[in-house]
Design a protein around this ligand. Structure first.
Ligand SMILES: Nc1nc2c(ncn2[C@@H]2O[C@H](COP(=O)(O)OP(=O)(O)OP(=O)(O)O)[C@@H](O)[C@H]2O)c(=O)[nH]1
Ligand SMILES: [Mg+2]
Length: 423
């Protein structure tokens, strides 16, 4: 099975907790604070590789989590950083934000890396909080927590040349003749159900050719398989349009040419600008006379005389086509990677909070405004907790809770902190 669009969940590692520790050794009975910072959480990294050519493996594994940073320790030791998770994707994979369908990254080259999510920062150890006033801070900071996100992976094949045409016109056969690819070939439509890639070498140079599943009328609107794969031709520089001149399936070359071009146009106006080489395939199947009559009609209809005759069976036209492709490619620049917009992953909403009443009567407060505050609190420490309560008042959280009906003795839960409200 071929998979070229899949939604996965990714999560960077949380930061490790800062340590609370005081230097104690034979010489010093009451040394200064020496609790080290927590380690940074691991990042979520995507890596493009030519080793893969489908997103198939994501069918089974859909969640990728980087390692959390470890806690700091005494003697100012910073905690170990969490391990990055490196997700290998086929070259040509585009990352899309499911919230707005915008492209976040285009992994258009083998070896290209993209850090999609950054690990949370480690919390500071108590050594960090030492100041002229606070000689012996008894608290540290917890690590930054990062949320999981969803991301869509979409594979848009990177090839120089795309072979297009109706089903069964001989696209895969041609690919097998001109390149190292070994696609399935059979005398029925829709033999090819996903794009095959092959490298073609000619006169010491090479280019990549993709064999696209057959297109039919209505493909751009979802008929057949074609529309699903039209995204793979979006990025090719050159199209080789195969038309079966033997007309063995009851259609004719004049209509075929138009139907396919109409489908390309209705899929994307950009595609109509991609240069096409017109190739009449299976020319071995008809006699000279029939060939001439059909070509004459075609030329009259479209005023096109720049085409090639091909038989992948007898090799007629194969070398000429390879050369023509190369000549054309030399004139057409590579397509640049897609424009990207930022994921906004790191942008946290630091302005709001929300209150929820639980079934047991307790109040729960959430929201970006509290995240930073909660990180700075260590409950067991009176200084730290007093600061926390003062900030809750200043931020208007206590007033909002009272508005929602909070009374003396009610429980308030904020992240992993829970306390009883007393006026
Ligand atoms: N006589 C003749 N038969 C050919 C030629 N090229 C391909 N065929 C035959 O045509 C049939 C279809 O060929 P494919 O290469 O599978 O066609 P396709 O365009 O890839 O078809 P789909 O993958 O279904 O879209 C096969 O039976 C081939 O052997 C040719 O030049 N001459
Ligand atoms: Mg095929």
């Amino acid at each position: 099975m071929f998979l070229d669009r899949v939604k996965i969940t990714i999560k960077a590692g949380n930061g490790g907790k800062g340590a609370v520790s005081f230097l104690r050794n034979a010489q010093t009975a009451n040394g200064g604070p020496d609790g080290g910072d927590g380690g940074k959480g691991g990042d979520v990294v995507f890596l493009a590789t030519d080793e893969l050519n489908t997103l198939y493996s994501f069918r089974f594994k859909k969640k990728f989590v980087a390692g959390d940073g470890l806690g700091g320790s005494k003697q100012n030791k910073t905690g170990k950083s969490g391990e990055d998770v490196v997700i290998k994707v086929p070259t040509g994979t585009v990352l899309i934000n499911p919230e707005n369908e915008k492209v976040i990254a285009d992994l258009s080259e083998n070896g290209k890396r993209f850090v999609a999510l950054k690990g949370g920062a480690g919390g500071h150890g108590n050594a960090y909080f030492k100041s002229s006033i606070k000689q012996a801070p008894g608290f540290s900071q917890i690590g930054e927590e990062v949320r999981q996100k969803e991301v869509i992976l979409e594979l848009k094949t990177i090839a120089d040349v795309g072979l297009i045409g109706f089903p069964n016109v001989g696209k895969s056969t041609l690919l097998s003749v001109i390149s190292n690819a070994n696609p399935k070939i059979a005398n029925y439509p829709f033999t090819t159900i996903y794009p095959n890639l092959g490298v073609c070498e000619v006169m010491g140079e090479s280019f990549v050719v993709a064999d696209i599943p057959g297109l039919i009328e209505g493909a751009s609107k979802g008929l057949g398989l074609g529309h699903y794969f039209l995204k793979h031709v979006e990025r090719v520089r050159l199209l080789v349009h195969l038309i079966d001149i033997s007309q063995s399936e009851g259609r004719n070359i004049v209509d075929d040419y138009k139907t396919i071009n109409d489908e390309l146009a209705s899929y994307s106006a950009e595609l109509t600008k991609t240069k096409q080489i017109v190739v009449f395939s299976k020319c071995d199947l008809i006699d000279e006379e029939t060939l001439k009559t059909r070509l004459k009609k075609f030329e009259e209809e479209y005023k096109i005389s720049d085409y090639l005759l091909l038989s992948s069976l007898t090799n007629v036209g194969v070398e000429a086509l390879k050369k023509k492709i190369l000549e054309n490619l030399k004139k057409i620049p590579k397509k640049p990677p897609l424009a990207v917009t930022d994921f906004d992953f790191d942008k946290k909403d630091a302005s709001s909070f929300e209150i929820k009443r639980n079934d047991d009567g307790s109040f729960e407060v959430f929201g970006g405004r509290l995240d930073g505050l909660v990180r700075g609190v260590v409950l067991s420490n009176a200084q730290s907790f007093a600061y926390f309560q003062r900030r809750l008042k200043e931020m208007g959280v206590i007033d909002s809770l009272i508005e929602r009906g909070m009374k003396n003795g009610d429980t308030v839960i904020i992240k992993d902190i829970s306390f009883i409200y007393e006026e």
